[in-house]
Each structure stands twice: as C-alpha cells, then as structure tokens.
Design a protein around this ligand. Sequence first.
Ligand code: C5P
Length: 235
Amino acid sequence: MIQRPNRAGLIAALDTDSAERAEELAAALAPHVGLLKLGLEFFVAQGSAAVARVTRHRPVFLDLKFHDIPNTVAGAVRSACALGPAMLTIHAGGGPAMVAAAREAAEGFGAARPAILAVTVLTSMDAAALAATGVSGGPSQQVLRLARMAMENGADGLVCSPREVSLIRDAHGSGPLLVVPGIRPAGSAAGDQSRIATPGDAVAAGADWLVVGRPITGAAEPAAAAAAIAAMVVG
Ligand code: C5P
C-alpha cells in the first residue's frame, strides 16, 4: 500500500472526459505530483484501458466512490484493483459490512493493494440537505460518526474537506490517511468550492495528501502551477 508522505503529497485531479487531454496533463504533471486522480467522468467515458495509459505516467487515485451491497462492492474493488491504482474510494454511508468487504477484496492484492479511502459526507451537503436524507445533527457530527465506523471496519483513510481535518485528527490521531480536496493557493479562484483552505493551512491541520484540480488543470502552464504548489507542501 502507498506510504504516507513525509510532510504531505500532491494529487492532481484530472477532471476531463478526454483520454487525450488526460494523457497530455499526466505527462506534463508527472514530475511534480505524487498521484493523478481520475474520477467517474473520465472512467465512464474512457474505461479501464485509458486508466492504464494514465497510470504509465504516475500512480492513479481511482475516485469512483463505490456504494452498493457488500458483495457488489467487493467485486467492483477487485475489478478496480486489477488496474493497479494507489488509492480507491468508497462511500462510508454504505455501512460497516460494505466497508469491510471493500477492504477484504483489496487484501487479495497483497502488499501492492490500493489504500481504501472512505468518503464520509459529500462537501456539497449542508445541514439542510443532510436533514432531507433523515440525518439530524449537522455535517460535523455525521462526518465523525461515519469516520469512526469506516476506520473500525478497515478503511485505510478518509477523504475530507480542509475544515474537517483537525476534527478527525483530534478523534483518530495519526491513524487515518487523510486525503483533502478543496485546496486553493492564496489568490486563486474558489470556483464551486466553498470549504476551502490554502495548501499550507491544510498541511498544518494534518492533511496527508492534497487534491488539487482546477488551480492546476486550468492554469496556462499546468506543470508550473503544480510545481509551485508542490514546493509549498511536499516534504
Ligand atoms: O478543481 P478542484 O480543485 O475543485 O477539484 C477538486 C477535486 O476533488 C475534484 O475532482 C472533486 O470532484 C474532488 N472532490 C471534492 N470534494 C470532495 C470530494 C472530491 O472537491 N468532497
């Protein structure tokens, strides 16, 4: 499984449906980032062969957020592991048995298995949206509840917003690998992200890996943008 970085690591999110664009970015960014994140937009459009092509440049974080019955998620994790990703995501909301099934399926791939990361509460959900799904008490409480359940059932780490990093560190110490999107270098556009932090603040709070998309992929020179962010965070 992937090692925890010394200080923190940088992950570039390649949010595109184009295999050519992803490969172009992968080639340009490879010297500056630890991992390349591919999500559903890319995977649904381009499939596993395109994931393999990106993996030739850097290890991949396959962010497919599995959420189904345990048997189905176990099968999906095995299929995903065959592509050799460094990290995979599941939804903690799938419950203890689903999280455990994902971990067990990954274990079948031995030491080279990906880290299983649990997504707790989507950062797009506020207290009102959570209440509409029957969850009272607000996002922080639900994040902590799901984080504890996921870690107790075999997750290697969690995806969380910058504002939740210290909350989770306080509750779990250094145990969980914390992978944190919503990162914006000072002065860059927030876009649709609302719970944001600078790279330095996220690392100071205890993030292990920072996920950065548009501040890199939308820059005139993505490689230079990645290098500048890496210089701030990578130890
Ligand atoms: O472009 P930007 O830096 O906002 O991209 C962040 C990446 O992290 C995107 O791929 C987004 O889907 C992902 N992400 C997120 N918030 C989460 C989970 C994933 O922004 N809670």
